[in-house]
Design a protein around this ligand. Structure first.
Ligand code: 2AM
Ligand code: CA
Length: 257
């Protein structure tokens, strides 16, 4: 059976290919459809990337399960036994279409439920954030050190639009206490912010493919990845997730409790 180290090398090549596909075609070489409503976009590049990634994963790791956003993965994943790859072929599709910037390709491998490999490719900056459990996190070839453990009042915080507009009083207090509030529209780009220390925290409703890679990288760096109420997260179900420094997590817990 192929080793985790070999899978790591192959996965880096695969995600780079998907990034190149998106970069080459982003000016005009794609079509856009809506999914659940007019704000929920999917493009032909999302689908092409997912097929490209899943086809290659099936070749290198044939006994694995694949959980992916656009329907080319396994239809039913009810358990995390063995190898489970989690794929977001374009994260921040709205930004891809409207900005040609601030979008990512994301990939993760969980082994028996444990986050083991994680990748967030910031396509426009050509920077691949990648990590292997126990071996650290890198931006391309440069090792990333654990971000400073700043508190909420010293940190920028990112929160998604739905939560920001929800009117929830605890979320409002959290946003007011932070030194500033940011909203990038891509879970991948926002999680890069937290793992590089540019953001002290990120709060959002995340699906498995929005969360899987960033969770792996953040936990490897000693950051907190929890449900907002402090409980453990289940990567297979939708979660209201906080990715943050330990101190930001404690500050938020105090506001919520
Ligand atoms: P996507 O582009 O892969 O769909 C901002 O909208 C961020 O939240 C993006 O990372 C986006 O991922 C994700 N997102 C959008 N709609 C969502 C939804 N209904 N549930 C969970 N995540 C969502
Ligand atoms: Ca997506």
């Amino acid at each position: 059976m192929i080793s985790i180290e070999e899978l790591d090398q192959k996965a880096q090549q695969i995600i780079r290919q998907a990034g190149q596909n998106a970069y080459q075609k982003m000016e005009n070489d794609y079509q856009v459809d809506t999914k659940t409503n007019y704000t929920d976009l999917v493009t032909t590049i999302d689908r092409e990337n997912e097929q490209l990634i899943n086809d290659q994963l099936r070749k290198i790791d044939p006994d694995s399960q694949i959980l992916s956003e656009e329907g080319f993965g396994d239809q039913q994943i009810s358990n995390m036994q063995g190898h489970v790859w989690i794929v977001d072929p374009i994260d921040g599709t709205m930004n891809f279409v409207k900005q040609h910037n601030n979008f990512a390709v994301m990939l993760a491998l969980y082994v028996d439920g444990q986050p083991t490999l994680g990748y967030i490719l910031d396509v426009i900056n050509n920077r691949l954030y990648h990590g292997r459990k126990g071996a650290g996190v890198y931006a391309n070839n440069q090792k990333i050190s654990q971000p400073a453990d700043l508190g909420l009042r010293e940190s920028l915080l990112a929160m998604n639009r739905i939560l920001t507009l929800s009117g929830d009083s605890a979320l409002k207090k959290i946003a007011q206490d932070a030194i500033g509030l940011r909203m990038y529209g891509s879970a991948g780009i926002e999680m890069i912010g937290v793992i590089t220390g540019q953001l002290g925290g990120y709060i959002s409703n995340l699906k498995p493919w929005d969360l899987a890679a960033g969770r792996m990288l953040a936990e490897e760096l000693g950051l907190v990845v929890k449900s907002i109420d402090g409980s453990s997260i289940n990567v297979l179900s939708s979660n209201l997730v906080l990715v943050a420094t330990r101190q930001v997590s404690r500050d938020i817990r105090q506001i919520i409790n």
